[in-house]
Design a protein around this ligand. Structure first.
Ligand code: NAP
Length: 243
């Protein structure tokens, strides 16, 4: 047990999730990260979090599998006793033009990026309702607001997360639980390392650079810890790509 705030970051071993985990640890949280398969990356991140004074640990479970999620979250609650911040961040892409997109690609993205938020939030919200406090942040995307060719599955999942965010915010506000989304633009991570036509994207971004995972982490920390009166919002963090 601990008196520090406890944060759970799904997909917290790499990329945006890792940067958020580090930012929350720097702000004094005990941070639990979840990941899918790359144990080496997860363990390395845990070491970095511990070096910041966080009582950190990692849990491997597939966020698209409700049974695995329930088992993982029960163990986390057993270990930490509470969860104050939940970042639903784990996500994948399986891009293709709609005409070529098969059900496998559609379902993989909807299950991992959208159904996961339902599975993970369910047991966590129950706990937060007992605590009468909590902050949930869902990692959506600008493409959930504006669409993107080749990403019908991903855009649908990310748009779904925004509706989910707003509905939960309305349901849970009276219980002291805030729910927000962040909508990153193009951020330098493994997910975007093979982005074609980079120059075209850069021309469209007012700040003329891709975002860094740390840019998202600052917004997540703000929504999680620095405000008590923002809920139901989808905050775009895209360097002025879409204004
Ligand atoms: P990333 O570098 O590919 O990292 C993905 C993370 O999610 C890893 O920790 C991975 O674990 C985990 N993960 C993937 N599938 C999982 C599953 N089924 N169960 C549990 N964990 C799983 O991705 P990223 O770029 O940081 O993206 C993070 C989030 O931001 C995603 O939701 C993404 O859609 C969103 N986003 C990213 C961008 C961007 O430009 N990068 C823009 C907008 C939104 P393993 O290491 O074990 O595989």
């Amino acid at each position: 047990m601990t008196d520090k705030k406890v944060a759970l970051v799904t997909g917290g071993s790499r990329g945006i999730g890792k940067a958020c985990a580090i930012e929350l640890a720097k702000a004094g949280c005990d941070v639990v990260i979840n990941y899918a398969g790359n144990s080496e990356a997860a363990e390395k991140t845990v070491e970095e979090l511990k070096a910041l004074g966080s009582n950190a640990s990692c849990y491997k479970f597939d966020v698209s599998n409700q049974e695995e999620v329930n088992e993982g979250i029960s163990k986390i609650i057993e270990q930490y006793g509470r969860i104050d911040i939940l970042l639903n961040n784990a996500g994948i892409t399986r891009d293709d033009l709609f005409i070529r997109m098969d059900a496998e690609k559609w379902n993989a993205v909807i299950n991992t990026n959208l159904n996961s938020a339902f599975y993970v939030s369910k047991p966590v919200v129950k706990l937060m309702m007992k605590q009468r406090s909590g902050a949930i942040i869902n990692t959506s995307s600008v493409v959930g607001l504006y669409g993107n060719p080749g990403q019908a599955n991903y855009s649908a999942a990310k748009a779904g997360l925004i509706g989910f965010t707003k509905s939960l915010a309305k349901e849970l506000g009276s219980r002291g639980i805030r729910v927000n989304a962040v909508c990153p633009g193009f951020i330098e991570t493994d997910m975007t390392k093979n982005l074609p036509n980079l120059d075209d994207y850069l021309k469209a971004i007012s700040l003329r650079r891709l975002g860094k995972a740390e840019d998202i982490a600052k917004a997540v920390k703000f929504l999680a810890l620095d405000t008590d009166y923002i809920t139901g919002q989808a905050l775009e963090v895209d360097g002025g790509m879409i204004i």
